[in-house]
Design a protein around this ligand. Sequence first.
Ligand code: ADP
Ligand code: ZN
Length: 206
Amino acid sequence: MKIVLLGPPGSGKGTQAHIICEKYNLPHISTGDIFRANIANQTELGKKAKAYMDQGSLVPDELTISIVVDRLQQPDCEKGFVFDGFPRNLAQAKELDKMVTLDKAIMIHLDDEEIINRLSKRRMCRACGNPTHMDWLVDGKCEKCGGDVYQRDDDAPETIKARLVKQKLPQEVIDFYKDKGIYEQITSTNNKEDTFKLVDEILKKL
Ligand code: ADP
Ligand code: ZN
């Protein structure tokens, strides 16, 4: 199962990627998570990426594609994978296409007002990486593992707006996957299990 999840920030694609990977035992490849891990470990890559991320901009393709090339070479990717947050433009989609044959590109759609509302309440678990939401926490802790949660730097209101403008997924990426006959779209619901049912209807047919 080789899948990419497309969708605006806050659409729930990270949450859905976690659920899919657990159910189907696949590696979850989130370029955003890889950048954040590099920032936390203060690597050269992390230092470079942070400057872009803090401004709500995309990290340059050269850096982003190189981490994807490395990641796909790891043996766990042989059985399949779920990409979350990659590709974000046509150049990235074309590079990925040179390396693998995807089964589906699934767009998780969400309206703009709802995106802002969700992102301002998003929290991340420090312990397990679960992307969560203020309303889902149990006693202020991760509902999955009890770990401490934090707000991402780029979920500050000003950066959210910048990301929505600067990072709108180009129509040409959608057209690229439509032309290949692998594009599907669902609309994100307010309940992650309900959204997963919609996603899983697509996956079950693979
Ligand atoms: P979200 O989808 O919620 O915006 P991500 O965790 O996917 O968050 O990405 C966080 C940040 O990392 C992005 O705002 C961007 O700066 C950078 N990033 C992640 N993936 C890519 C990518 N494929 N190309 C360029 N930049 C990326
Ligand atoms: Zn957790």
